[in-house]
Design a binder for this molecule. Structure first.
Ligand SMILES: *[C@@H]1O[C@H](CO)[C@@H](O)[C@H](O)[C@H]1NC(C)=O
Ligand SMILES: [Zn+2]
Ligand SMILES: [Zn+2]
Length: 420
């Protein structure tokens, strides 16, 4: 009987935490955020229906600025072309930053629902619409508490996370000036709504792309001895690349190399004069990625030379700067975990799983300590179970107010603990 009674009391209490372990301050912030749910949902749906690609987020940026105007929060614009930097608090140190990315993806949304993307071939499939909305929510809550803040919170609405180094551009434009710590969330469809996941140290991978051209001498397929066959050289180069991870990399240090295309030749009776191929490589550490890249180049050039061909390897740095690895600061990670437990309950703070994806938040962490943590959106009832970048990606909008509340409490409590 007693056990059943306890279970019932537990179920009756807030779904997010047990009565005993939760903290009044964190609960107050969460309930303030939940009162903003309708507003947050409407902002997010507006952004969701009009996804814009890297550095073209003009309407998204205008929408965010109009909400900041309504809230009376000062900001700087443009930063990094379409980005916005708002600031709340005392204006003096400590200064911390919270970053939200705002760009969508070149992807056709395949979810049929009322607020589906209105733009063909573009979709907010990585949850950046939710990130931007959560940060706006935090802007509103922090602004209500601005006289209590023991320092300054800088809100970074960053363009172009998806492969276009928006974070680098923000840093070049000076957004980290005097900032001592930076926080960000990313939605996560493997973690339940109402939970978060974080990890100290390496989290997401360093990565880069490559393209190679192997040049031989083309000719009639009936006279291979009169040609220098670049297709054979390419085949052996690609096979040789597969040995890199298995034979040269510490098995405890994750690295991935994927060749994703090969193009060469058009005819069935002609040996082409050259072949192009390319792909991506990722490493748990930034140094590992640079070493890996060097070996990739040597192997392609070496294999080409064995087969009397020439090779040219291009890392396309102009279009795609290599991403450093996201490496979370241990103390900031512990801070996030602590705030997560206070707000969501100890059972809802998990260890994040490392992933070989890239995230340009890493650029900020090259300059100052930061933590990127995952915010759960998984909810079978609403169908939010698909991974980011899937055309079926769907958001549990309950996560919006939780994200806004977490940003607020993470920032305010950090300032309380670090003010001089
Ligand atoms: C941006 O807003 C303008 C004016 O409302 C509209 O004409 C345009 O289609 C919008 N662009 C996108 C990408 O939503
Ligand atoms: Zn993405
Ligand atoms: Zn993303």
């Amino acid at each position: 009987m007693a056990a059943i009674h306890v279970v019932i009391v537990f179920l009756l209490c807030t779904s997010l935490c047990t009565v005993v372990k939760c903290d009044a301050y964190a609960q107050e912030i969460l309930s303030s955020a939940q009162k903003e749910k309708d507003w947050l949902v409407s902002v997010r749906r507006e952004i969701h229906q009009h996804p814009e690609l890297a550095f073209q987020e003009h309407n998204t940026s205008a929408l965010i600025r109009s909400e900041l105007d309504k809230l009376g929060i000062p900001y700087t614009y443009p930063v990094a072309k379409t980005g916005i930097v708002a600031q709340i608090g005392s204006g003096s140190s400590p200064i911390i930053a919270i970053r939200a990315d705002i760009d969508g993806l070149p992807l056709q949304e395949l979810v049929e629902w009322e607020y589906k993307s209105k733009i063909d071939g573009r979709m907010h499939a990585c949850g950046h619409d939710a990130h931007a909305t959560m940060l706006l929510g935090a802007a509103k809550l922090l602004n209500q508490r601005k006289d209590k803040l023991k320092g300054t919170v800088r809100l970074l609405f960053q363009p172009a996370e998806e492969g276009a180094r928006g974070a680098s551009q923000m840093i070049k434009d000076g957004v980290l000036q005097d900032v001592e710590a930076i926080f960000a969330v990313h939605i996560d469809a493997t973690t339940s709504t109402g939970a978060i996941a974080s990890i100290p140290g390496p989290f997401t991978a360093a990565g880069c792309i490559f393209e190679a051209k192997i040049e031989g001498v083309g000719g009639h397929a009936a006279f291979p001895h009169q040609t220098v066959d670049p297709l054979l050289a390419t085949s052996l180069a690609i096979l040789a690349l597969q040995q890199l991870v298995s034979r040269e990399i510490d098995p405890l240090h994750s690295q991935v190399l994927s060749v994703t295309y090969i193009k060469g030749g058009d005819a069935l009776n002609v040996i082409p004069s050259y072949v192009k191929f390319g792909g991506t490589l990722r490493s748990q550490t930034t140094e590992g990625m640079y070493h890996f890249r060097q070996r990739l180049k040597e192997i392609i050039e070496g294999q080409a030379s064995v087969h009397r061909c020439n090779a040219y390897v291009d890392f396309k740095e102009e279009a795609f700067t290599p991403y450093p690895a996201v490496v979370n600061d241990k103390d900031l990670h512990l801070h996030v975990e602590r705030v997560g437990r206070l707000m969501l309950g100890p059972d809802n703070v998990h260890e994040a799983k490392k992933a070989m994806v890239g995230e340009d938040f890493a650029f900020y962490q090259e300059v100052i300590p930061g933590v990127l943590f995952s915010i759960g959106i998984r909810n079978k009832k609403v169908g939010s179970i698909h991974s980011p970048h899937s055309p079926f990606f769907f958001l549990d909008e309950e996560a919006l107010s939780i994200g806004a509340a977490l940003h607020t409490a993470v920032a305010e409590l950090y300032l309380n603990e670090h003010s001089i």
